[in-house]
Design a protein around this ligand. Structure first.
Ligand code: FES
Length: 97
């Protein structure tokens, strides 16, 4: 039986890195793996790593609008994300600290 526990993070940032290699649109087409890497680095630089987790994830179901980045449990969704949106995403996360 699984052990249920409360969330260890204030925010969990999920970055869709799904790639369909051109078969049809997917978030990796928009450089989402690099967005994830930058977010991870910035969270670490800011000293948030014990409270904020950045993880890559698979398809979130909004592929035509990607790259998609979501923040939970706040239920915040960013679509059409580029590297230039990272400061806005981090500012939104900072509001939760
Ligand atoms: S491929 Fe990212 S939401 Fe579907």
């Amino acid at each position: 039986m699984a052990n249920e526990q409360s969330a260890p993070y204030i925010c969990h940032i999920f970055v869709c890195v799904k790639s369909r290699q051109g078969e049809r649109k997917s978030c990796a087409d928009g450089n989402s793996p690099e967005v994830k890497s930058i977010l991870k680095k910035e969270v670490k630089i800011r000293g948030w790593a014990d409270r904020i987790r950045v993880s890559e994830c698979g398809c979130l179901g909004l592929c035509p609008h990607g790259p998609n980045v979501i923040i939970y449990p706040q239920k915040i969704w960013f679509s059409g994300v580029t590297e230039s949106d990272i400061p806005e995403i981090l500012a939104r996360v900072e509001e939760e600290l």
